[in-house]
Design a binder for this molecule. Structure first.
Ligand code: NAI
Ligand code: MG
Length: 349
């Protein structure tokens, strides 16, 4: 039995995580979800986005499934829950998969998740604030390794490294480390500058299969690339550390549609698929079921349909059930088709 912490969050967070759990339950009964509270309400009561004792409990779990939380600008000193979790759990690699669900392509965005411009380090002087864009040797090496292992596992010959090394000292350092490791591992590196690369990512995205970048750059690139997936609501992600991993759709709490029952659950459901893969279970069946469903099923309004969340969930669950494979066989299928895994095996639990 695997123990998975569940943090639903607010806005559409609870709607989409419940959807993901329902789909996971259709695949396996080997996961025990343990729910934890976190976010704005916890901050108002306790002054932290998540309680210390809860964090301690979460550290002992195998993985985390996360929805989304609203981060208000107007609470002094409020710290975002997801940023806190990434830092506290040492989740240094953020893998965001931009899928072409109607075709058969994907773009993997590997975003450094623990330092860069989101280091959280800043200096306040009279009339001047400096946010530090931190690149460390260890930080650069481990994220480069993640991207390169992913390329090797997917039989790809190269990765795209996006930086601004013509201007930023940190990126010159980062670049040396990426190029060095890639060369030793026999993987090519296509280099692009962040500013002009945005045009390429809009016009001609699919030629880039694995995109590696610093924290803020990776954040922006993945939201931009979501256009090619047709909605931000379908993009899943994993945050990996050495001890634990956290899975979440990349979208936020979407207050504009919260409570209406129309949130697209696919991003959370595919995050659930990545979670199963991390635990060595069959996540692929979920990817397949989602691909089957979107080609003929009614979709939520963000994808031009008029379905409610629940209709999409039921449709995907039926697709899983249609496959009529019992859980034991799924595990065998998993071993045979290990390359289908969306994360480098090295980084599995
Ligand atoms: P957002 O992703 O919540 O929403 C952007 C737009 O996409 C909205 O129009 C929304 O309706 C739509 N959208 C997002 N997810 C959708 C889904 N599953 N189905 C259908 N439509 C969807 O980003 P926004 O508006 O910038 O942020 C809202 C709040 O979420 C903020 O407080 C922000 O801080 C927080 N946020 C939290 C994150 C997290 O907890 N991981 C990540 C990003 C934002
Ligand atoms: Mg973002």
């Amino acid at each position: 039995m695997h123990r998975v912490a569940l943090i639903k969050g607010d806005g559409i967070g609870p709607e989409v995580t419940e959807a993901a759990m329902e789909v996971i339950r259709a695949v396996t009964d080997r996961i025990n979800f343990v729910e934890f509270e976190g976010g704005t309400e916890v901050f108002r009561r306790f002054g932290v986005p998540i309680k210390d004792e809860d964090l301690e409990e979460i550290r002992k779990m195998d993985a985390v499934l996360f929805g989304a939380t609203t981060t208000p600008f107007d609470i002094p000193n409020y710290k975002s829950l997801i940023i806190t979790l990434r830092r506290e759990l040492g989740l240094y690699a953020n893998l965001r998969i931009i899928p072409d669900l109607w075709g058969d392509r994907e773009i993997y965005i590997v975003r450094e998740n623990s330092e860069g411009l989101y280091s959280g380090e800043y200096e306040v002087d009279d009339g001047r604030i400096v946010d530090f864009r931190v690149i460390t040797e260890n930080g650069a090496e481990r994220i480069a390794k993640f991207a390169i292992e992913l390329a090797k596992e997917r039989n790809l010959k190269e990765i795209t490294f996006v930086h601004k090394a013509n201007i930023l000292m940190g990126d010159r350092f980062f670049r040396r480390i990426v190029l060095g490791l890639a060369e030793r591992e026999g993987i090519g590196v296509r280099e692009r500058l962040i500013d002009s690369f945005t045009i390429e990512l809009v016009r001609n995205p699919w030629q880039h299969r694995i995109i590696l970048s610093e924290n803020l750059f990776g954040d922006i690139l993945s939201d931009l690339a979501s256009i090619h997936a047709r909605s931000i609501g379908i993009i899943p992600s994993g945050n990996y550390g050495t001890e634990i991993a956290l899975f979440e759709p990349i979208h936020g709490s979407a207050p504009d549609i919260a409570g209406k029952g129309i949130a697209n659950p696919i991003g959370a459901i595919l995050s659930g698929a990545m979670l199963l893969e991390y635990l060595g279970l069959n996540g692929r069946v979920i990817w397949d079921a989602v691909r089957d469903y979107v080609k003929e099923g009614n979709l939520t309004p963000d994808l031009g349909g008029n379905a409610m969340t629940v209709e999409v969930v039921n449709g995907i669950v039926s697709k899983i059930e249609e496959r009529e494979i019992d859980p034991i066989e799924w595990d065998e299928l998993w071993v045979d088709e290990i390359r289908i895994n969306t994360i480098p095996t090295l980084f599995m639990k």
